[in-house]
Ligand binder design. Structure first.
Ligand code: 13P
Length: 249
């Protein structure tokens, strides 16, 4: 049995004060919720407030990105030791917005994945096809390529905590959700690629999240699909009531 993971990706939203307000309202709503793991990924400046607020609760705090070097002259970047030092446990890698707007490639995803795993962080590696790729029948090729390159020279032993998030780009922030069946089909492709790279036992225990317009209204149907091991939620995670409703699907 894979324990489901419900993760919030706040993207470029919320000041530290707004993050504090979120946790004040959200934490009592999920108090005692043990069925699923909960992770919230604020922007870097709100991470510390989030960690202080969530201390002593089961809510973990993640980052939205990292640099793969341990330190150095890389203006504007953040590395694993900095994240670990403040209490971050999870990190999103290769989000489609990073790929689309900030030059993230399959190779940098691979470097970031190795760095996160070496630091003991739980990586949430994002993959997903754009609309043109889906319409051209290329979804399987794209997912296999993104996974294969992300997993390059990563050992099963090291990767044990890795989580993959399937985020079809056409479903992000558009209100269009993949049906549970479409998501399950993509998850099976990802799991098959993980089995090729790491072996079937590894693939069987690896969690694959779905992301793309997850809302309280569709969370139950998506989470009931046995191939879907959780959700990576953008817009609907910004409001405490809405995110708590998703957590409780
Ligand atoms: P939305 O939930 O806003 O579609 O965003 C999904 C996402 O990109 C999560 O990483």
């Amino acid at each position: 049995m894979r324990k489901k993971l419900i993760a919030a990706n706040w993207k470029m939203y919320k000041t530290p004060g707004q993050a504090r307000d979120f946790f004040r309202d959200f934490l009592p709503m999920v108090d005692g919720h043990d069925r699923d793991e909960i992770v919230v990924c604020p922007n870097y400046l709100a991470i510390d407030v989030a960690i202080q607020a969530a201390k002593g609760t089961k809510v973990a705090i993640g980052a939205q990105d990292l640099h793969w070097e341990n330190e150095g002259a890389f203006t504007g970047e953040i590395c694993t030791s900095m994240l670990v030092a403040v209490g971050v446990t999870d990190v999103i890698i290769g989000h489609s917005e990073r790929r689309q707007y900030f030059g993230e490639t399959d190779d940098t995803v691979n470097l970031k994945l190795k760095s996160a795993l070496s630091a003991g962080l739980t990586p949430i590696v994002c993959v997903g096809e754009v609309l043109e790729e889906r319409e051209a029948g290329l979804t399987e090729d794209v997912l296999r390529r993104q996974c294969l390159r992300a997993f390059n020279k990563v050992s099963a032993k090291k990767a044990s905590k890795m989580v993959v998030a399937y985020e079809p780009v056409w479903a992000i922030g558009t209100g269009k959700t993949a049906t549970p069946e479409m998501a399950a089909e993509a998850h099976e492709i990802i799991r098959a690629e993980a089995a090729d790279s790491f072996g079937q036992p590894f693939a069987d225990q690896m969690r694959i999240l779905y992301g793309g317009s997850v809302k309280p209204e569709n969370a139950h149907a998506l989470m009931s699909e046995k191939e879907i091991d959780g959700a990576l939620v953008g817009g609907a995670s910004l409001d405490p009531t809405s995110f708590a409703a998703i957590v409780k699907y």
